[in-house]
Design a protein around this ligand. Sequence first.
Ligand SMILES: Cc1cc2nc3c(=O)[nH]c(=O)nc-3n(C[C@H](O)[C@H](O)[C@H](O)COP(=O)(O)OP(=O)(O)OC[C@H]3O[C@@H](n4cnc5c(N)ncnc54)[C@H](O)[C@@H]3O)c2cc1C
Length: 539
Amino acid sequence: MTVKTLSYDVLILGSGLAGLTTALHLAPNLRVALVAKRDLQEGASFYAQGGIAAVLDVHDSIELHIRDTLNAGAGLCDPQAVRFAAENAAAAIEWLVAQGVPFTRARQPDGREEFHLTREGGHSQRRVVHAADATGQAVINTLANQVRSCRNIDLFEQHVAVELITGAWLRRPTRRCLGAYLLDRITGKVMPCSARFVVLATGGAGKVYIYTSNPDVATGDGIALGWRAGCRVANMEFIQFHPTCLYHPRAKSFLISEAVRGEGGRLLLPDGNSFMKRFDSRGELAPRDIVARAIDHEMKRLGAEFVYLDISHKGAEFVLRYFPNIHARCLEYGFDITREPLPVVPAAHYINGGIMTDLRGRTDVDGLYAVGEVAHTGIHGANRMASNSLLECLVFGRAVATDILSTQNAAPDPGELPNWDESRVTDSDEMVVVSHNWDEVRRFMWDYVGIVRTNKRLQRAKHRVDLLIQEIDQYYRDFRLTADLLELRNLVLVADLIIRSAQQRHESRGLHYTLDYPHTTDEIPTKNTVLTSPHYRPR
Ligand SMILES: Cc1cc2nc3c(=O)[nH]c(=O)nc-3n(C[C@H](O)[C@H](O)[C@H](O)COP(=O)(O)OP(=O)(O)OC[C@H]3O[C@@H](n4cnc5c(N)ncnc54)[C@H](O)[C@@H]3O)c2cc1C
């Protein structure tokens, strides 16, 4: 049976803050398909609690925002990208306010209402705009409503991008990205979707680790799709572990925002003593990697399953005003943070590396863009400063849309694309292979490629991932596609890219810490770890 190719000006894979922002900037002029693996709102963006960094206070400055970001990035930020983000931050917040996002305000001594700004780890100033402690929810709900009412945007919820379609792949005389195959999770059918431009906005890859703050959709699909299409990736070894996820068997990935420490929350050992000052003079406000490593160190030293985070000394009124969501969620698990400390553990939170892009979001493949957590723009360097990632989605989402709008007339129509070939596959007889391998990859990544690494651990992980890649590729060729299988295939590829990048960095820097090379080299300029896809074609 011939399936008619869906056809759009722009195909956006992912409906988090990066995808929604790009779509809304394009929609007045172009026809957009917006694809989400699950429901429209489901993604890391929705769960963001802390907020968005932007210079909005008279005592703050763009130069300070840049300086703080470069400091956190430990020598690997691209200064141009950082400046671009910092300079465009205030306009991005204005745009969100114009869309209707209800940010928290505070009355000033002179009676004026201004944004209430919090201060988070690494920031020298209060510069984090937020909507109480559920910023992502407020932002995503507002933008999702806008997208749903846009005539030019067609939504494809419950659709998973299987593979990008490129000219090279079809042996056509073009190197452009021409569209993608989409799996409808409900019907199980795969259909081609053609587009003059394709945007990867698929978010991060936290699910590659067994403990993560990320939602289930974060399986690194966009990184794998881009890599297989010929994109280079950079700095994949830099994984941020959030220091404080709630430790509870039922709380799969509930994060306790950095803002809790920013507003005076203290980390305590099981015996009630505080310990952060022993590791860093900034104490609880040290950058995340230092806090996560300190907790990991103390937990290993004491054989403890968790440490405590305590904000109860600030009083119930304060806690309920600034952390109503965290308070309510913790109550569901039996903890009242206005009265008692919370048990917390570190968990994989953010991937700094990703598909390499320029300041317009362009990748190595013509017509293919990457934006948001899937992309490596260079703003985070070796360590991401809190609240800079939502900012990156907003600023670069707009940049991608601007570039597409300015080049649309030169972009050819890809025409009909071939159907997905299912003639040689059958239904899987052993789904246990998929579930077993899911668990295996996440477990060895945690044990061997986690907060503290060694050459030996990385070697062990590499050996295992090589076997898994072979096994899963065979399975992928023989059996009908399911979302679980697609995600697993992407997850092991991303695991492999992380391991290979970690093996190439012979030093400890930012989020990459190895006992075999515990020092930071003083090589100037410092180098990004760039891996080149076998399908890469230089321009
Ligand atoms: C709990 C938590 C709290 C955070 N708090 C903050 C914060 O306060 N401030 C801050 O700056 N950052 C924060 N971060 C980081 C930030 O939220 C993310 O980096 C950012 O939201 C990523 O946005 P995104 O649009 O790139 O991806 P996401 O919001 O994760 O969206 C990804 C989208 O891609 C879709 N998708 C994925 N794969 C496919 C596929 N194969 N086919 C089709 N669709 C696909 C998903 O369905 C989803 O729609 C937090 C992260 C977490 C997990």
